[in-house]
Design a protein around this ligand. Sequence first.
Ligand code: FE2
Length: 181
Amino acid sequence: MKTFEEIASLFSRHGGGAYFGEAVTQLDHALQAAHFAAADGAADELVVAALLHDVGHLLQATPDDLADWHTDARHEVEGATWLAKRFPREISESVRLHVPAKRYLCATDPAYMAVLSEASIVTLRLQGGPMSAAQVAQFETEPFHTEALQVRRCDDRGKMAGLKVRGLADYRLLVQRFAPA
Ligand SMILES: [Fe+2]
């Protein structure tokens, strides 16, 4: 199956579920994150990364209800591994680092915690809490950490009930540009 069709199939099977404790579905969340990346004038790679940053959740059967989610499901690693077989590293690495990016921003940007949703604060604990100074320094050595921070900020904004944005089909050509197989 071609990559875009695989993605469309993942969203149609699992994308209608609630996005962990938020007022939007997984598909709404992905489309809104991509919308904000494009609206910010991000590189096309980052629009695709924002669209697919939670593909790991679609590959895993994680519960819709956050209360049932007791461990960190490491969705960013599973998603990045899947993406790395299909897309350039800028995309897969931005996705792999989007959870560390949250922990980084919590440690380095005092205003950032204020924008986190309640559900995101719960998962922050499961993900290890804010980074230590040593972890911050290590994160800054990652080649795609700046891109991951951009994806993270789009992730945090993509939780708006009722916001109308472009549909998945509108991203077909962009996805195919980076994943022609
Ligand atoms: Fe997300």
